[in-house]
Design a protein around this ligand. Structure first.
Ligand code: RM4
Ligand code: MN
Length: 388
C-alpha cells in the first residue's frame, strides 16, 4: 500500500539551506564556548557547509549574514561556493548590531538612522546581485521595552516606508522575506511580532514579498501548522527558519524539542503544495550549536527534517480524506499517527545508498577526519562568531 518509491523521490527532491552562522562560535549572554577548528572567515564557513552537503546530499546552499560574512569580492565568494559544489542562498540583513540601532532601525524615530538601515538593506540587494542569491531576509530587532517609549502606529508607518523602498530595488527574480518574532530583544512590543503583521505588510508590497516562519519565534502553545496552512493557502509562505525551542528563541536542533510538531508543520507544507518547486518555499535552518560540535549538529538537523518529511509522505492521504469526510475522528487521527510512528530510518538509509551516499552520514562524517583536519589547520586568526 505504501509507495516507497514516491516517498524516496519526495525526500530526494528536498533541499535544505544551512546558515553560515551555525559554523561560528556562539553561546548565550552568559558565555560563548569556543570550539577548535571553527572557521575564521566566510570562505572557511562555506568549506564546512560543503561537508554537510557532502554527507547528506541535501544541503546545497548556504545563507549568508551581512556584515558577519562581509567580503571584498562577493563574486569570488560565490565562485568559491561553486568550487565546493554548493551555492550561496539567502542574504540575511543585520540592522541590530550597531550603536545607532539602540531604539530600532527601520522603525527608529530618527530619519537618519532609518536611512542608514535602509541603505544597509539596499547594499544587501547588491550582494544578492553579485552572488546570484534570490532572497533577502529581513528580521528586525525593532521594538519597545516600555509603554509610551514611542508611537506604535508611527513605527508601522516607518516600517512600511522602508519596506517599500527596498521592494522597489528588487530585481524581477528577487524576493524579500519578512520574519516575525514576538519578543526579544524588545520585551514590551516588537514591530513585526507575528505572522499577521508580516503578512499584511507583504500583501501591501506585492508578490515579491513573502512571510518567513521561524519555528522558534512563537509564544508557547502556538499552532504553527495552522499559520503554515494559512500562509500557503494565500501564496504568502516564503521560507522557514527551522530550529527547536523549549522556552524562548532557543535555536536548538530542529526536531529535537518536538518532532511531532515538526511533522505536523511539514504535513501542512505537503498538503499546501509547499514542497513543489513552483511554490518558492525555501527550507532553511536557523540554529546555533553552542555546546555540540557544529558540522555534526547541522548534519543531525538535516536528518531530522528528512525523517519528518518521509513520515509526512507516508500518510495515507486518500484514506485520511475519506475518514475526514466521514467525520471519523479516530480513524483520521490514527492515520496521521501511524505515519508519524513509522521508523523511516531504514528507508532513508536505503535512499542514501541509492544516491551513492553513506547510509549513516553522522558516522561517515566522524570517520572522515575532517574535524581533526580543521582543528589542526585553523590555528591563529580570529574565529568567527557573533559573541552573543
Ligand atoms: C534572529 C532571527 C534571524 C537570524 C538572527 C541571527 O532571531 O531568527 O533569522 O538571522 O536571529
Ligand atoms: Mn530566524
Amino acid at each position: 500500500m505504501v509507495d516507497v518509491a514516491a516517498v524516496k523521490d519526495g525526500v530526494r527532491a528536498l533541499q535544505i539551506e544551512v546558515p553560515s552562522w551555525a559554523y561560528g562560535n556562539s553561546g548565550t549572554r552568559f558565555k560563548v564556548f569556543a570550539q577548535p577548528g571553527v572557521p575564521r572567515d566566510p570562505y572557511e564557513k562555506l568549506a564546512d557547509a560543503a561537508q554537510v552537503h557532502r554527507f547528506t546530499g541535501a544541503a546545497p546552499s548556504v545563507s549568508l549574514h551581512i556584515p558577519w560574512d562581509a567580503v571584498d569580492d562577493y563574486s569570488d565568494l560565490a565562485k568559491h561556493a561553486a568550487d565546493l559544489g554548493i551555492r550561496i542562498g539567502m542574504i540575511n540583513s543585520n540592522t541590530f548590531q550597531d550603536d545607532d540601532y539602540k531604539l530600532g532601525s527601520v522603525c527608529h524615530p530618527s530619519q537618519a538612522v532609518r536611512r542608514k538601515a535602509v541603505d544597509h538593506l539596499l547594499a544587501c540587494v547588491d550582494v544578492m546581485d553579485a552572488t546570484g542569491s534570490r532572497d533577502l531576509k529581513l528580521w528586525f530587532a525593532d521594538g519597545l521595552n516600555y509603554p509610551g517609549q514611542d508611537d506604535l502606529r508611527a513605527r508601522q508607518d516607518r516600517l512600511a516606508e522602508a519596506l517599500y523602498t527596498v521592494y522597489q530595488r528588487l530585481g524581477d527574480d528577487q524576493r524579500m522575506v519578512l520574519e516575525y518574532k514576538f519578543f526579544e530583544p524588545a520585551f514590551y512590543s516588537t514591530d513585526v511580532p507575528d505572522w499577521g503583521t508580516s503578512y499584511a505588510h507583504c500583501l501591501e508590497l506585492g508578490p515579491k514579498a513573502q512571510v518567513v516562519v521561524d519555528t522558534g519565534h512563537h509564544a508557547p502553545g502556538t499552532n504553527i501548522e495552522f499559520i503554515v496552512a494559512f500562509l500557503l493557502r494565500q501564496g504568502k509562505l516564503g521560507a522557514f527558519d527551522f530550529n527547536s525551542r523549549f522556552y524562548a528563541d532557543d535555536d536548538l536542533i530542529v526536531g529535537a524539542a518536538d518532532p511531532f510538531q515538526l511533522f505536523r508543520i511539514l504535513h501542512e507544507v505537503y498538503i499546501g503544495g509547499g514542497f513543489e518547486p513552483a511554490s518558492g518555499v525555501s527550507f532553511m535552518l536557523d540554529q546555533c550549536h553552542n555546546i555540540e560540535p557544529k558540522i555534526p549538529g547541522q548534519i543531525r538537523s538535516i536528518l531530522n527534517v528528512q525523517e519528518a518529511v518521509a513520515k509526512v509522505l507516508l500518510v495515507d492521504r486518500p484514506a485520511l480524506q475519506t475518514a475526514q469526510a466521514d467525520g471519523d475522528v479516530l480513524t483520521a487521527h490514527g492515520i496521521l499517527m501511524d505515519a508519524f510512528s513509522t521508523d523511516v530510518r531504514p528507508l532513508l538509509r536505503e535512499l542514501r545508498e541509492e544516491q551513492g551516499l553513506d547510509p549513516d552520514p553522522m558516522a561517515a562524517y566522524a570517520a572522515s577526519g575532517y574535524a581533526d583536519k580543521i582543528a589542526a589547520e585553523r590555528v591563529g586568526g580570529n574565529q568567527a562568531g557573533w559573541g552573543a
